[in-house]
Design a protein around this ligand. Structure first.
Ligand code: AMP
Length: 306
């Protein structure tokens, strides 16, 4: 692993080594087997699918504040992808990911294979996922659950497996994927005996300078699409001073569509249940839109002006 990784970083096209980008990876503890995680029981776990960016690194920073070992997992989970082509083209950049993690320093990186995660094979794994009983927030809101059939079953399956393997004291998830975050929180609340005192922590959404939420999929945007993708953050910002959730939803949809994006949903929901909002309780504005082959997702809290 280390020699291949080092070679990659020194292959700068002209064969020159830039000493500033040379990062030895020996210090990074890359683990592939569940048994190797035993010494890290009680860690802070940061589950990812790799193709890391500053959003992921901000979760690592939060994890490091807890004062326990920090473990980052990198696993592109096949059971949460409805579309096999989407799974196949998901960016896989392990060398660059390890280099990035080396710059911030983590105690271990867990990079299991599909076989390690799903001992009985993928067919069984898909069947098991479909049988899971999911929390209400994974099935009722008609948000990601409506547009990505089976997605949260796969997410719950893989996250539960990671928790079982790593026995973390805390795990950190980004608010960027707000419904996913709520699903994990609800799953852990519903299984209090299984993972002990496991705490789920929230990491705020990290954005590019112009407001686009960082995402592993942003690299697929053409320059022109990248410009139009700003319709999402503009929609969230323009809806902020709304007096009702209906007004906010109309504004968000108008702004998203005016950028030529295909709006899947632009809604205001109760921040806990993600069902119909109650003006007296915290609310969340959530948008998902497609641009070309890329699906953009974002959200923020919203306080309706009465
Ligand atoms: P992913 O690798 O996309 O599955 O994401 C792994 C974790 O990083 C999830 O908890 C995401 O919510 C979180 N994440 C992704 N993008 C961001 C971002 N821009 N800011 C903060 N967290 C993020």
């Amino acid at each position: 692993m280390s020699s291949e990784f080092g070679k990659h970083l020194t292959d700068s096209g002209a064969g020159l080594v830039n000493p500033l980008t040379w990062i030895p990876c020996r210090a990074l503890n890359v683990l592939e087997q569940p048994s190797q995680l035993l010494p890290y029981r009680g860690c802070a776990l940061v589950p990812t699918m790799g193709a890391l960016h500053q959003g992921h690194l901000s979760l690592v920073s939060e994890a490091k504040r807890l004062g326990v070992p920090v473990v980052v997992s990198i696993f592109v989970n096949p059971t949460q992808f409805g579309d096999a082509r989407d799974f196949a083209r998901y960016p896989r950049t392990l060398d660059a990911d390890l280099a990035l993690l080396n710059t911030v320093g983590v105690d271990a990186v867990f990079t299991p294979s599909v076989k390690t995660m799903y001992l009985n094979g993928l067919d069984d794994a898909h069947r098991d996922a479909a049988r899971l009983i999911l929390p209400r927030v994974a099935t009722q809101p008609q948000l990601e659950d409506a547009f990505r059939d089976g997605h949260f079953a796969g997410v719950c399956q893989v996250v539960a497996r990671l928790f079982d393997i790593a026995s973390p004291a805390a795990a950190i998830f980004g608010e960027k994927d707000f419904q996913q975050l709520r699903v994990i929180e609800a799953m852990v609340e519903g299984e209090s005996a299984r993972w002990g005192a496991l705490r789920i922590l929230r990491g705020e959404t990290i954005r590019e300078c112009d407001g686009l939420a960082m995402s592993s999929r942003n690299r697929f945007l053409s320059l022109e699409e990248r410009e139009r993708s700003l319709g999402i953050i503009r929609a969230l910002r323009e809806a902020a001073p709304s007096h009702s959730h209906e007004e906010a939803e109309r504004t968000m949809r108008r702004v998203v569509e005016s950028h030529g994006l295909l709006c899947e949903y632009a809604v205001v929901r109760d921040a806990l249940t993600l069902e119909r909002p109650n003006a007296n309780l915290p609310c969340r504005a959530l948008i998902t839109a497609r641009i070309g082959s890329v699906r953009l997702i974002d959200n923020c809290s919203i306080a309706l002006v009465s």
